[in-house]
Design a protein around this ligand. Structure first.
Ligand SMILES: [Zn+2]
Length: 356
């Protein structure tokens, strides 16, 4: 724990009192942010750490992740925290976490749990959820998830992109079924995140009341406007899509993948422009998408799609740095994390002393 007073100079990655990119002086005392202010020349001399051109940012949220256990809970917690992630949305698996967090060695990552995603039997979803073949079966699964205390519901309303065919695999519900499932979920007090690809499946989910669309490959401008008006957010998983490159594709598969990547990247920029809230999610869990680092790659992909750096970090930020609160913050260099401080403790990275 940082007990004595220390001061840090860095540029602010996200707007601080209206501006970003300004040099700020952060003062920490007894593990709390004592003050944070835009820097003037006189105060710079007293700083203990000067991070120069590096940026100061709040801790981050990964809005779509699959918590897989082979790597072990301790490694998982470390991988997430060292990439600046203190909160994640677990997007469905065969196992429901007992508690809304994962932890190791006194370090903790908050986990919003979907438990099992609900999918239509016979369609896509086997690895991340429970299949149902009727509305009453869906209700049974929801009752079970309610008992387990999950934080939000995940519904699968389409298949996944198959690079080899260039289309989407089978999956998803009929319009009425989906509407009924989402309305039951709302009565249970849940937000609904809907996995949906292909414009009609996405549009159905948006009209049925989904709060968030996961992936959204093939979303049209018209659907984006409905999303904006209904405040439905989009988790585009751009990096997860491009990571399919490492999965042994044929030349045709590669070409199809590149084509969708270009379309989706442009769709993300358009959605942002139209006013749809973009949420960064790594979809990490599969071996080709390691946790933590895949999220930072997703931020980079969102930025490359045409969203400014400050806005991209802002979309990922779990909150703002405020005076009087526990000192949890990051020092970042572009899209790599240089230093992590959690509740007044340095995590694994020694704080680099830049001044004399
Ligand atoms: Zn996923």
């Amino acid at each position: 724990m940082i007990n004595s007073t220390i001061t840090i100079i860095s540029k602010s990655a996200v707007p601080l009192k209206g501006e970003s990119g300004k040099k700020v002086l952060l003062r920490i005392k007894h593990g709390l942010i004592e003050s944070i202010k835009t820097l003037n020349n006189e105060s710079s001399r007293e700083a203990n750490f000067d991070y120069g051109e590096f940026l100061l940012a709040p801790m981050l949220v990964d809005y779509h992740i699959h918590l897989k256990w082979p790597i072990g809970e301790a490694k998982l917690v470390r991988a997430l925290l060292s990439s600046g992630i203190t909160k994640c949305y677990e997007g469905g698996s065969g196992r429901v976490l007992e508690k809304p967090f994962i932890e190791s060695d006194g370090l903790r990552v908050e986990a919003m749990r979907a438990g099992h995603g609900i999918f239509r039997k016979g369609g896509y979803g086997e690895f991340i959820g429970k299949g149902v073949s009727s509305l009453s079966e869906a209700e049974e699964v929801m009752d079970f998830l309610k008992q387990k205390g999950i934080e939000y519901l995940k519904v699968i309303n389409s298949g996944v992109f198959d690079p080899e065919t260039g289309g989407f695999t089978e999956g998803g519900f009929k319009r009425d079924e989906l509407k009924a499932i989402i309305s039951i979920a709302k009565k249970k007090g849940w937000q609904v995140f809907c996995h949906a690809n292909g414009d009609s499946a996405i549009k159905d989910a948006v009209i049925a009341g989904a709060d968030v669309i996961v992936h959204g490959f093939g979303v049209s401008r018209e659907t984006m406007k409905i999303m904006r008006d209904g405040e439905t957010a989009l988790i585009p998983t751009l990096h997860a899509l491009s990571a399919l490159r490492s999965t042994n594709l044929s030349p045709d598969g590669l070409r199809n993948l590149d084509q969708l990547l270009a379309i989706h990247s442009e769709a993300v920029a358009t959605a942002h422009e139209v006013g749809v809230r973009i949420l960064p999610g790594s979809d990490s869990g599969p071996s080709f998408l390691p946790p933590g680092i895949s999220f930072l790659r997703e931020l980079e992909a969102i930025h490359n799609a045409g969203i400014s750096y400050a806005e991209t970090i802002g979309l990922a930020a779990g909150g703002r740095l405020r005076e009087g609160e526990k000192a949890s913050f990051l020092i970042i260099d572009g899209f790599s994390v240089s230093t992590v401080c959690i509740e007044g403790k340095w995590l694994e990275f020694p704080a680099r002393k830049r001044t004399g």
